[in-house]
Design a protein around this ligand. Sequence first.
Ligand SMILES: Cc1ncc(COP(=O)(O)O)c(C=O)c1O
Length: 483
Amino acid sequence: MASTPITIDTINPKVLECEYAVRGEIVILAQKIQEELKNNPNSHPFDEILYCNIGNPQSLSQQPITFFREVLALCDHPAILGKSETRVLFSGDSIKRASQILDQIPGRATGAYSHSQGIKGLRDTIAAGIEARDGFPVDPNDLFLTDGASPAVHMMMQLLIRSKKDGILCPIPQYPLYSASIALHGGTLVPYYLDEAAGWGMEVSELQKQLESAKSKGIIVRALVVINPGNPTGQVLAEKNQKEIVDFCKREGLVLLADEVYQENVYVPDKQFHSFKEVARSMGYGDKDIALVSFQSVSKGYYGECGKRGGYMEITGFSPEIREQIYKLASVNLCSNISGQILASLVMNPPKVGDESYDSYFAEKNAILSSLARRAQKLEDAFNGLEGVSCNRAEGAMYLFPRIVLPNKALEAAKEAKTAPDAFYARRLLNATGIVVVPGSGFGQVDGTWHIRCTILPQEDRISAIITRLTKFHTEFMDEFRG
Ligand SMILES: Cc1ncc(COP(=O)(O)O)c(C=O)c1O
């Protein structure tokens, strides 16, 4: 082959350093097996791949919310708005909402670039939605609409990280967007460990210890990432704990990066979602006390519109000069996609009691969330019934993160195969059952402990089959490797 002008040794080393496990090695193998099954259905001891590796609800047959899709369709094809057939096919309030939204879009053109922060009218709607959620005022100029939460996280990392000496406190285990983004922007991930024995609790003493340790190494810690509800760990923070975290950030002068994309995914009656903004404001802290960024997305919740790429960040406690710089960063990408912007406004302002679509909207939402809660419980019970496996409660989000105590012989076999023990387990699970999970090593974990992350997203009628296959595999695996 002719020599290429760039080689793996000459590309940006930060790209090489960056890893993204949820689409990593196991998933690549799964895709290969899927192809083999297509060509020869008898090539493996199962007939389909069950993707439990990623929080992508609609890829596992979750249906979108009808009202949201009606409004989106009408916004994208306004020519049918006034037609009599449309009034038969679409609900009256979706027609009304689409007309209102189009009136807010300059030229009623969903195919045009918008303001770099997002269409002003949609930001007004989102601001009102956050106000209704939290009970505190929101300035629409604090909102930046983005293509999902991921670009917003990248933007903040780009803003905060100047060099390897800048550190970002991140939970371990963490969602790998954070480690990847910090690596890409050349910063240092400062880990703080969630306490598995305390239901993945977050201790301020641990934050303080890790902060001091980073400082002693010359790291300037700039921000704290909190994922609530947690991914991959599924815990929902208690309000008291959130207050301690807010005080810690205020005291230490850290930007609080609050990943709140799972705010609608809470499954237990004793926990409730509270945004960090609500918590900080209820403590009497305003813009001058704490710099806070809240990330939200249309990808999760009961809506699960991952492919539509919508989301926003609300930034508070930043000076006008800094906001100008963030605006400049947003402008480099021109704007986020308009369907995602519209969806973000719908998610933050869904039908209300008395609206024509309310009953069907509520029934769809409730069916999805209550089913997710049942699936979480079933899988949690199944994991806890396996030898050597312990699994914390899935209070929220879309995942379980069970710990697996692997027999020594399995650890040795993994070493021999030059792979992490949990990746060894995940690979064997895939090869035997077609179930795809992500090894815990992709999220970080306490040294010497091993986990897998499994989504609760397969449809309810598949959960029993997954549990049966998983249980059979695990029993055979332990029989093979038990000392
Ligand atoms: C905790 C968390 N934050 C952010 C994201 C990014 O999602 P998106 O870019 O689709 O909004 C995800 C996706 O799984 C996530 O789990």
